[in-house]
Write a new protein. Structure first.
Length: 169
């Protein structure tokens, strides 16, 4: 079985400026590449699990999302970083779908598709719904990049993605 790092996208990999879908508006956090390289060296598979209700809301299309994903994956590839898969929920909250975080489906799908040991895996997000999704998927190492959320189910609160290196080894 393999171990994995599950990453939320907006607010973790890139600046969350709200329903980002254009390449020009997509701003990687500067510490993302070095941090993900570190995870990869520690033999973690890397996944992105992202709620994208902007699709259901009609702010952008599935095709826009795919186009941005191709750009993101290519930027990572140039740095030698492999993202095993991007899981996403295109629904709005009122659709009450099975995939939108805090539900664990995206993470559980990765678990079965890639034979992941959740006990050795980590969920990193910037919202409580990310932590709850991880918790609901049986992940113990829940890391919240948001120091302002004291009553989180998160095991750790940190300031930035690179701070997680001190925790994950
Ligand atoms: Mg987020
Ligand atoms: Zn969904």
């Amino acid at each position: 079985m393999k171990k994995a790092i599950f990453l939320d996208r907006d607010g973790v990999i890139n600046v969350d400026s709200g329903y980002v879908y254009k390449i020009d508006d997509f701003e990687f956090f500067p510490d993302v590449f070095s941090t993900l390289k570190y995870f990869q060296k520690q033999n973690f598979l890397i996944f992105i699990a992202t709620n994208q209700s902007g699709i259901a809301r009609g702010y952008f299309t599935h095709e826009d999302f795919d186009k941005l994903n191709r750009y993101i994956l290519e930027e990572f590839r140039k740095e030698g970083i492999v993202i095993s898969k991007i899981y996403f929920c295109p629904h709005s909250p009122d659709e009450n779908c099975e995939c939108r975080k805090p539900k664990p489906k995206m993470l559980l799908d990765a678990m079965s598709e890639f034979d992941i040991n959740m006990k050795k895996s980590c969920m990193i997000g910037d919202k409580e719904s990310d932590m709850e999704a991880g918790h609901n998927a049986g992940i113990k190492n829940l890391i919240l990049i948001n120091k302002k959320s004291p009553k989180s189910v998160a095991k750790y609160n940190v300031n930035s993605l690179s701070d997680t290196i001190k925790i994950i080894f």
